[in-house]
Design a protein around this ligand. Structure first.
Ligand code: DX5
Ligand code: ZN
Length: 220
């Protein structure tokens, strides 16, 4: 089944509690942690995650866009207060990706690997047994509201092919520029978790967009 994950980055931070309530029919709440080094932007970290965990009914899908994410794993995990479904690190940001994934699994949450648009998928093969979710970035990470990069479609297809050839069961997630127009393209290519920030939080009726995303991309 298709899962929808609104990205909090596009919420109105002057009234987070109300905005979070506007997306409670989604499957996950996607949290983008940025450090100003791995990406040219800074967002929020454990204190905000702790506050959000207290007010959302949704499981948290945490996307770490930070260098050496292993330094923050435990603090993030603790901040989630049992609400974290998955912690995703960028393959490019980990010197020892295999070890970092083991550390995430030791926290008893799902482990994800994110790849920037220009990063090849080859190394996934060697960590596949530790991975629950592969996040294919469909924009360059760091900012919401960017245009979807069409050249990521064949990459999603390649990742789905790898999944099949390895006989493993990780989910393919996409993030960046996802809206009711781009959703059918990424779903046809193999994506099953759709992150959307501006398309959902920027709408007058976020639940309508969540429904549209689900319907425009019906899969079994
Ligand atoms: C970008 C973040 C995304 C972002 C998506 O680096 O990882 O999660 O919030 O925003 P939209 O859906 O507006 O492209
Ligand atoms: Zn994200």
């Amino acid at each position: 089944m298709l899962k929808i994950a609104p990205s909090l980055l596009a919420a109105d931070f002057t009234c987070l509690e109300q905005d979070i309530a506007r997306v409670d029919k989604a499957d996950y709440l996607h949290l983008d942690v940025m450090d100003g080094r791995f990406v040219p932007n800074i967002s929020f970290g454990p204190p905000v995650i702790a506050a959000v965990a207290k007010i959302t009914p949704l499981p948290l899908d945490v996307h770490l866009m930070i260098e050496e994410p292993e330094r923050l794993l435990y603090d993030i995990f603790k901040a989630g207060q049992g609400k974290i479904d998955c912690i995703t690190v960028h393959g490019e940001a980990c010197r020892h990706l295999h070890r970092t994934l083991q550390e995430i699994k030791n926290l008893n949450v799902k482990a994800g690997v994110a790849l920037n648009p220009a990063t090849p998928i080859g190394s996934l093969k060697y960590v596949a047994s530790l991975v629950d979710r592969v996040l294919i970035m469909t924009v360059n990470p760091g900012f919401g509201g960017q245009a979807f990069l069409g050249e990521t479609i064949p990459k999603i297809e390649d990742t789905a092919g790898l999944l099949k050839s390895l006989g493993v069961s990780f989910e393919i997630e996409v993030d960046g520029g996802i809206d009711p127009k781009t959703a059918p393209l990424v779903v046809a290519a193999g994506a099953r978790v759709l992150v959307a920030g501006s398309a959902i939080f920027g709408a007058d009726h976020p639940h309508e967009v969540i429904r549209e995303l689900r319907e425009s991309s019906k899969v079994n």
